[in-house]
Design a protein around this ligand. Structure first.
Ligand code: SAH
Length: 246
């Protein structure tokens, strides 16, 4: 039987014991009805799976005892950072859930000219929970890191990547699939993707980004919703780079 997975904060590990509290405690005890003696996997985002036995269930916390530690094998061989222009809260959650499943490393939001939502950072706090829950479900032991700041487009930290791709519906000469195939020949490991808001990018913004050595890529002839673009492009990039470069 597939072992149930639980997330813990690193400070909740004391030598051979892990304590589950709050949401994880409730999920384990009230939803999954975990019993003392049951075997589970705990993870804290460090890339390891901690195989544990449930040692004790108290009123507000549950104690696990680690029996074995092993490296989690679900991480992709490439690091993808997604820079996403702000979209509505529900869409941000959907994007983070799917990008976590796809193996994205970092998620960073930004504000640009045609964003039609306010940069409300309360929403961003909730994204961590979405990422943790998606990691539990998909078997990762790394949680997609959701940056808590909204950047201005001109301040995006675009240095230190092997390549930065900009999803742009008018980039008619370069297609994402062909461009990723070309990048695979250079054994890229650390890559970034920029996706615009529902209102798209202004010409100035595209020009500015191109000046930063960003590669504009198209995902075909149809205009995609921002969330469709983020999810599909991330899937293509990670799958292609993982499978074409060994
Ligand atoms: N402003 C445009 C569409 C914006 S779609 C309009 O209304 O006509 C939102 C974002 O998704 C875009 O900024 C772009 O980053 C991405 N996107 C959508 N369709 C795309 C496509 N066919 N190719 C590449 N990127 C696309």
């Amino acid at each position: 039987m597939k072992l149930k997975r639980f997330y813990f904060e690193p400070h909740n590990r004391h030598n051979n014991e892990i304590i589950l509290t709050e949401d994880e405690f409730l999920h384990a005890v009230t939803v999954l009805r975990i019993r003392v003696g049951e075997e589970v996997i705990a993870f804290c985002g460090d890339g390891f799976d901690y195989y544990c036995k449930v040692k004790n269930i108290a009123k507000k916390e549950l104690t696990l005892e680690i029996s074995k530690t092993s490296k989690n094998l679900a991480e992709p061989s490439v690091n993808l950072t997604v820079f996403q222009a702000l979209v509505k809260g529900e869409k941000l959650k959907l994007i983070v859930q799917k990008l976590t499943e796809l193996g994205v490393s970092n998620f960073i939001t930004f504000y640009s000219k045609f964003c039609d939502v306010k940069s409300n950072t309360n929403k961003l706090e909730k994204l961590d929970k979405v990422a943790i829950s998606a990691s539990k479900q998909c078997g990762r032991s790394v949680v997609t890191k959701c940056n808590q700041n909204v950047f201005a487009l001109k301040d995006l930290p675009l240095e230190n990547f092997d390549a930065v791709l900009l999803a742009y519906e008018n980039a008619d000469d370069k297609n994402l699939v062909c461009e990723t195939q070309r990048l695979a020949k250079y054994n890229v490991k650390n890559i970034a993707l920029i996706v615009g808001p529902e209102g798209g990018f202004s010409d100035d913004e595209v020009e500015f980004l191109e000046g930063k050595n960003v590669i504009t890529v198209s995902l075909g002839k149809r205009i995609l919703r921002a969330e469709t673009c983020s999810i599909v492009a991330s899937g293509i990039i990670i799958q292609m780079l993982e499978n074409l470069q060994k």
